[in-house]
Write a protein that binds this ligand. Sequence first.
Ligand SMILES: *Cc1c(COP(=O)(O)O)cnc(C)c1O
Length: 405
Amino acid sequence: MTDHGDGADDVGDAGERGFETQAVRAGEEPFVRPGSAGETGDVVSPIHLASTFAMETVGEPSQEYKYSRLGNPTRNALETRLAVLDGAAYGLAFGSGTAATTCFCLSVLEPGDRVLAFDSLYGGTRVLLDDLISGFGIDVEYVDATDPENVAAAVTPETALLWMETPTNPLLKLCDIEALADLANGNDCLLAVDNTFASPYFQQPLALGADAVVYSTTKFLNGHSDSVGGAVTTDDAALAENVRHVQEYGVGAMLAPFDCYLTLRGTKTLPVRMDRHAHNTARLAAFLDEAPAVTEVHYPGLESHPQHDLAARQMDGFGGVLSFEIDGGTDEAQALLGELELFDVAVSLGSVESLIEHPASMSASYISAADRRAAGITDGLIRVPVGIERAEDLIADLQRGLEAL
Ligand SMILES: *Cc1c(COP(=O)(O)O)cnc(C)c1O
């Protein structure tokens, strides 16, 4: 595992500056660009609420901004920061991760194309690929991407996009970004990686060869459960232009200025939060691994995780989400959740407060019981996005809950 303090994290091409510095500074430096932090020298980006910008000469905007759907200084500040953190030339901020995914897919796919997607994708992405994207005459197929050979075997000349996510939700499966990037290159198709779970601090898909990275900024990037947003980053100018065109003139799905401000604020503490999330998650994983009522723990940081070596190679930290299986089904899982005092029972993840959920009755409840079983989501599976509270408090709460079973 690479340590973030040893200079090996400059993949974010933060130039001379390290990731932690860029997380605080990029896009928000006073006086660097008009509007980004104002001529007043504000050290944080002002929230530019204007929907339109006055022209001094008719038909000739005297500044970069004309109309907020097409560009807004607060959004611009966030887009600059997100690009820099991924070592990308371009960043775009959307009204949700779902909007980012939709705009990306609509901008790179056309009728007759095929998408090959990881079979353990975020449920909402699966719904949008199946219900929306396939309606445009695009064939969507799912493959167990834990082994790149499975993906290689499924690629056809029509395959235009490999849509991947790593680690996945809720079973924390991984795919090998570098191997899939080679495969995409060799077959003239694109590789997009949903990097929401790892965040740019723990994983740099562009440096590993991906063409584009997609985020739900709702999760770790904003990190405080108070904004829904999404992002796309890429180094490819033509790709960025296409996505921007669909975003601005097609779907109109941009992140509002106030949410851009919140997300800018959230990203400043991304490195310190991620370190604490990973520390706490490792502590909880070790505790659960020893707990008699727990039959299995899914966390890439555990040596027992089948892809632990890949995680150690590909990621700079093992992330802030784990899941585990209890000896029992829905009744026992719901009883455990009911016992806990410190964990909020809620979907979503990546925030400072610890959450807990039962996928079979919550985030994966819209999938049939048979499909859930096929996907490995048992009735005894519980998912925990671990917050940044004191690890001992979290462990004590879980211990009490498990003992009450
Ligand atoms: C939450 C999430 C999404 C969807 O993002 P929204 O902001 O809720 O639209 C996509 N991918 C992953 C991995 C997620 O966790």
